[in-house]
Design a binder for this molecule. Sequence first.
Ligand code: TYM
Length: 327
Amino acid sequence: MKKRVFSGTRATGRLHLGNYLGAVKGYIALQNNPEYECVYMAVDVHTITTPFDHQTLRGATREIIVDYLAAGLDSEKAIITKQSLVPEHTELAFIFSSVLSIARMQHLPTFKDKVRQHPDNVTLALLNYPALMAADILVYKAEKVPCGIDQEPHLEITREVARKMNELYGTDFPQVTRFVTESASVPSLLGEGKMSKSVEGSSIGLTDDLATIKKRLAGAPTDSGKGEKVPTEGGVANLLKFVELFEGVHRRKEYEAQYVGSGIRYGDLKQELAEAIDKELMPIREKRKELEGNPEYVDRVIKEGAEKARVIAGATVKEVKEKMGLG
Ligand code: TYM
């Protein structure tokens, strides 16, 4: 039997370069490997764990799927759909919440971050976020998850849930591992933290055009361009990371030599980097335009993906319920 892969993206806005480099490139690498059966979703049920707009959620979820397809996910090679069409995820999440303690959930750094961001919306759904994520993965008995390093605490919970369920009820859930891409943590353009949808000015969108990419890079903080030591954190360090990701390590080394020598002209660096990013994103933008003209195709991918996913997910939930004396 093929090994399974699961990953997902919350429907909180269009994909950015962090999602693309940290996760979606990994999705594509695994879908193209015939050893794996891959399931990729826009995880819209996770989106309701923080404040959201019910009038735009359906559209935002669809945008994630269109971005997935534009970036190169292929419904012939992977199951692509949205989480809310596969109710087995939420059913298994409730079951998993019976083996997770409230204290363990409250101590997760991801939970604490969200409490800081939305102090008036600390709901049971938010506390249960990791149980739902464990269910997303284990309902397919997936062994590999292509995702950024920020998801590691949730994968640890997933491994704990698998062990507990196997011990208590004799299930055979695997121990999941993260599939690492070339960049597990894409930095923010602002010089601090990671690129994120929720931090204004921190990101470049997957389908931004050259003018927008330039504008975004223009906002990235720099320094005088020369010094005794190349900075290892902050705006300049992050720009050099982007140079490495889009123009290669050799170009980065050249800039580093300039920094400790004649000096970097950031205007030129940003111009060249913008063009390199634009070149990589151009085919994605073109594919996206094509998809926008073919909404029936996108609908079909989502519907057929959900049907295929439910066959696998339904079998797991049935097995778990039988072993637990339910149903
Ligand atoms: P989300 O929606 O925040 O992000 C989607 C994916 O993008 C990765 N990512 C990054 N990687 C590198 N650098 C960055 N700056 C960066 N920003 C985002 C994330 O690691 C993620 O892989 N909890 C998940 C969604 C989820 C999920 C799952 C993921 C729900 N169920 C099951 C994997 C498996 C989340 O909030 O990702």
